[in-house]
Ligand binder design. Sequence first.
Ligand SMILES: O=C(O)CCC(=O)C(=O)O
Length: 281
Amino acid sequence: MEQGAMTQPGSAREIQRADLPSRDAFYRDHDTQRIPTIFLNGMTHWRAMSQWTFDWFKSTHRDVVVPVNTGRYDVRMTRKAMSLGQYVDSLFAPDRPYAYLSNVNLFRWIPSLAADVTLPPYEWLRFLNVVNFWMAAKGTVTQLHRDFGHNLIGQITGKKRFQLYSPSVSERLFPANTTWSASFSQLDFERPDPEKIAAARDVHPDFDFVLERGEMLFLPYGWWHRVTTLEPAINVNLWWWTSDMLARHGPRFALDVFTSLLLLPPALIRYWWLKRRGEGA
Ligand SMILES: O=C(O)CCC(=O)C(=O)O
C-alpha cells in the first residue's frame, strides 16, 4: 500500500462500517458525535453504479467541456478547460501530466446525470447543497485539508485511501491557506519541509483505510483528510451544514461560513469564465 502522511503502522483506529442510517438515526447517532463512519448499502440502487464507467462517459459525453484542475489539489490549484473525452483518455496515458477533474458540479453541464445518484436526505440547508463530481487517475493525491461542512463521499468506481486526522490535532497540522471551500495544511508530504514534518512527527492519522466501490464515507465537519487514488476512481460528494455545527462550534463555524461566502463569488466567476472559454474553443 502507498505510504506517507505520517502513518505509523497500528496507530490508526478501525473505521466503523454500518448500514446507511435514516435521517433521524443520522441526527441521533452521527451528527453530534462526529465520528467518521462508512455507510453501506446506500448506493447499490443508484443507476450511476451500473452506468458510470470511464468508457460510458467517453462514448456519451465526450464533447462536454469541463474545468480540470492542473495544479496539485491544494491551495495552488489552477483549472483548465478540457473535453471529457480528452480527459478520460488522459487518465490512462503513461507519464500523464497532473490533472484532476475534481469538485465540479457536473450536473450543471449534464443535467441527466442527476437522476443517477440519490444521496440520503440529511441536508439541513438544502439550497446550499450541490452534488460534486470527481474523476481521478491512479496516484492522484489530494493534500491534507479540512472542509467547512459535513461531507458524504460516495465511491462509484475505483478505490481511494483516506487518512483522517481528528479536529483536536488541528493546530499541530499547520493549518493555512483558506480557499472558499477548505482549509489546507502546510504539511506537504511530497515536498516535505523538514522542520514542519519534525514538529508533526507524533501526529498520526486516527483512521487510515481504503474506501471501496459502493461505500459512502461520512466525514464529519472539521476532520482533516488526505486522499490518494489507488485505482482510477469516480466519486460524488455533498457538503452540508447542520444546526449542531452552529450550536457547538459557533465562532469557528461562523468564521468558516463567512469565509466561504466571501470567497464563493470569485470562485463562481472563475468557473463561469472557464466554461465560456471552453465553449468558445
Ligand atoms: O477524493 C479526493 O481526492 C478528495 C475528496 C475531498 O477532499 C473531499 O471530498 O473533501
